[in-house]
Design a protein around this ligand. Structure first.
Ligand code: GLV
Length: 301
């Protein structure tokens, strides 16, 4: 049995989090909660921080380790859902579905025409995946069904045993240096974690390397893309378009991104399918219960 102090409506302001974490042994949190040194200091009784997410850039894991606080996340169960959402973005931008929807709602559709709202086919094109972990590989696996060639760039080398050997051989994907991936891919999809190295990985320089007809897709973490640089690249038509699910300062979005027809913007929906969210919440709760009852965490970081 444990007592629960529940906050379930909107973001919890940081000062309230600091106040309410005091005296608690477990913390169940979401991506918008900054679990920094201050929170760990205020929650000096904490034994476990369990985030309902796979990404944990919002948690100071090193500070937690120093204090012996176990941090857990929800890997695997959201992989397929996030890969599906990524493909929703790829298809949505390349076949201009969202732009078409806007036009229809404005009452501007004049009827079928052979040259109307032409998008791009996927077959025969190259999908470049930056970050070839679980989600990157699930996105790659779907690429074959669309007849795309897959290239990937990963921090891990293919010889690294942490890159699951089965899926490495099942998915015909070519490892590539980032520069080459950017300059040869028709679709560049980001699936790396947000770290000090990947912050603004997509910037003016890397955007300039992309093909003029290429699309940028991101369902990873907002700060991997320098939004101001992306606006600049779109204004200068350096790329064909972008589809984003995540932003640098959510829920704010660079206002100019809202003005491009060749941009699709979804509100951080990566894992937001009812089955997936239910499984994530269940696993995160079980992680807290496991640690607080003296068992090993199920999915520790
Ligand atoms: C969501 O953004 C997650 O990391 O699970």
């Amino acid at each position: 049995m444990c007592e629960v102090d529940l906050h379930d409506r909107g973001d919890l302001p940081h000062d309230q989090l600091l106040a309410r974490v005091a005296g608690k042994q477990g913390l169940l949190s979401v991506v918008t909660d900054a679990i920094d040194r201050g929170v760990l200091e205020a929650g000096r009784d904490l034994k476990v921080v369990s985030t309902i997410a796979v990404g944990y850039n919002n948690i100071d894991v090193a500070a937690a380790r120093e204090r012996g606080v176990i941090v857990t996340n929800t890997p695997d169960i959201l992989t397929e859902s996030t890969a599906d959402l990524t493909w929703t973005l790829i298809l949505g931008i390349m076949r201009r579905v969202v732009e078409g929807d806007r036009l229809v709602r404005r009452g501007q559709w004049k009827g079928f025409a052979l040259d109307f709202m032409l998008g791009s086919d996927l077959r025969g094109k190259q999908l470049g995946i930056v970050g070839f972990g679980r989600i990157g590989r699930a996105v790659a696996a779907r690429g074959a069904a669309f007849g795309m060639r897959i290239a990937y760039n990963s921090r891990r080398t293919p010889a690294d045993s942490s890159l699951n050997p089965d899926s490495r051989f099942l998915i015909p994907a070519e490892p590539m240096a980032l520069d080459r991936l950017l300059s040869t891919s028709d679709v560049v999809s980001l699936h790396c974690p947000l770290t000090a190295e990947t912050k603004h990985l997509i910037n003016q320089t890397t955007l300039m390397r992309m093909k003029r007809g290429a699309y940028l897709i991101s369902a990873a973490r907002g700060p991997i893309v320098d939004e101001a640089a992306l606006v600049w690249a779109l204004e200068n038509r350096l790329i064909a378009g972008a589809a984003l699910d995540v932003y640098e300062r959510e829920p704010e979005i660079h206002p100019k991104l809202l003005t491009f027809e060749n941009v699709v913007l979804s509100p951080h929906l990566g894992s937001s399918a009812i089955e997936t969210r239910t499984a994530m919440i269940d696993l995160a709760a079980r992680n807290v219960i496991a640690v607080l009852s003296g068992q090993p965490a199920i999915t520790p970081i």
